[in-house]
Design a protein around this ligand. Structure first.
Ligand SMILES: *Cc1c(COP(=O)(O)O)cnc(C)c1O
Length: 463
């Protein structure tokens, strides 16, 4: 058919607006419906004119309008099912909050709060007062404050202690995290001048000492979160750096990355330095994230000696980096859980997922696999495979957590197509493609999600 003739078959806006399926759309403003109708007709017209579209059915247009209306009227930021097995998946929002943290957010958001009001004295209070004592109690630090995230924390610390001065850092610690956070770039933004010492694999105490001069602001140690240098390596310990700092009266700052409060070795994970250890070794200032191993909301926590923390609280930059009240509420509730270790392990979702034992995981995989098998007989092969989950979030890069995954292999559909359809669902499901299978790692799944996965795959199999 010629494109001009095809164009003449395009329905008019009014016709579509009066279509029974489109009239029946509920709870959506008519503006959105009208806009969707117009845009859909326009898209068809363009495709016809470019020759891309050679024929169409009236029903196709109605369907596309319905899809567009749904997309325009639903939240863009939505819940997804994380079946990847990566517990701290930065692209999927890192830590899932505990029940008490969620309650605290709702409480802080729905009514007024004493965010910056001292209820005892009836005067203006400090935003940090809600968490400072808790952080000090848990970590042993003298003082603490919180900002938007750890990148902001590092920036504030350097801006306060080393603006216009030099900050000494080992070449082995010039890390980039997830493309957007490079330690050297953040340092530059803070106004500190970076002085790199040592080599990628070895930095000695004398490398630091040789770099010290009258214009040195801080000595910075950065935790190599997402990679490890193995083999012929040497890093200077916090104790030695502290001695050096004392000798020249220069503060020593550590960006520890993931804020671990509990020694996870007890729970079968690899050693990751805890915040308490750094404080105990006398570090002047330590910074870490709220939404990595700590398992709370996105936040940057700064803990250490009072004289330095006080300076940071007065820095004007603090106003730009300040933490929001909902985040603060979630953080306080999360920190409270740490007052009892077993409560923390059981209720902080990140810690619970990381410490799941293999037998529990095996049973969960069996349960999911059974549900999938009974619903998807001719659609795919379903099997259970022993695999590995990842911690993610720049913590424990070498940790391979044993897990069980349910692997499915579609019989009459490509994996790419299935992956696309899973991502297009109302509640998108993000799995992991491995060879010719799609893996669903039960470690990062919630039990109520098994049914959603089974129903969704069934729906896809009927398409
Ligand atoms: C993750 C990480 C950061 C960035 O933390 P955000 O909270 O994501 O800003 C900074 N430093 C190190 C060492 C990290 O691992």
């Amino acid at each position: 058919m010629e494109s001009r003739e095809l164009l003449s078959y395009l329905p008019k806006v009014d016709v579509l607006l009066n279509d029974i399926n489109i009239i029946s759309i509920k709870d959506v403003s008519r503006n959105i419906v009208l806009e969707s109708v117009r845009e859909t007709i326009d898209e068809y017209r363009k495709k016809i004119l470019s020759g891309e579209l050679k024929s169409f059915e009236y029903e196709d247009i109605v369907n596309d309008v319905l899809i567009k209306v749904k997309k325009k009227s639903s939240m863009h930021l939505k819940r997804v099912i994380n079946a990847t097995g990566t517990v701290l998946h930065t692209n999927l929002g890192r830590a899932v909050l505990s029940k008490s943290a969620i309650d605290a957010v709702i409480n802080a958001a729905s009514r007024y709060s004493n965010l910056e009001f001292d209820l005892e004295k009836g005067v203006r209070g400090s935003r940090y007062s809600h968490v400072e004592e808790l952080i000090c109690k848990i970590t042993g630090a003298e003082a603490a404050m919180v900002v938007n995230n750890n990148a902001a924390a590092v920036m504030l610390v350097l801006s306060t202690l080393s603006k216009g001065k030099e900050a000494i850092v080992s070449r082995g610690q010039l890390v980039e995290i997830g493309g957007s956070f490079r330690v050297p770039a953040v340092m530059e933004q803070s106004g500190a001048r970076l002085v790199e010492v040592g080599t990628t694999n070895r930095t000695h105490l004398y490398d630091y000492e040789n770099a010290i001069n009258d214009n040195t602001g801080v000595i910075l140690k950065v935790h190599q979160s997402n990679y490890k240098i193995l083999g012929f390596t040497e890093e200077v310990s916090i104790e030695d750096l502290m001695q050096l700092g004392k000798k020249y009266d220069i503060p020593v700052v550590e960006d520890i990355g993931s804020g671990v409060f509990i020694d996870m070795v007890k729970y079968g994970l690899t050693y990751e330095p805890t915040v308490q250890e750094s404080i105990k070794k006398g570090i002047d200032v330590v910074t870490f994230s709220g939404d990595k191993m700590l398992g709370g909301p996105q936040a940057g926590i700064i803990a250490g000696k009072k004289k330095y923390i006080d300076k940071m609280k007065k820095n004007q930059l603090t106003r730009a980096l300040r933490i929001d009240k909902m985040t603060l509420a979630a953080l306080e509730a999360t920190l409270r859980l740490y007052l009892d270790e077993s409560t923390a392990i059981n209720e902080i979702i990140v810690l619970r997922m990381l410490t799941l034992d293999i037998e529990t995981l095996r049973k969960s995989a069996q349960k999911l696999s059974k549900m999938l098998k009974s619903r998807l007989k001719d659609f795919c092969e379903v099997e259970i495979i022993k695999e590995f989950s990842q911690v993610g979030g720049g913590a424990m890069p070498l940790e391979n957590l044993e897990t069980y995954v349910v692997a499915i292999k579609p019989l009459n559909m490509s994996l790419e197509k299935m992956d696309y359809l899973l991502r297009s669902l109302d509640v998108p499901i993000i799995g992991r493609i491995y060879k010719d299978r799609m893996l669903f790692d039960v470690r990062t799944l919630f039990e109520e999600e098994y049914k959603i996965i089974a129903d969704s795959l069934y729906k896809i199999s009927q398409e």
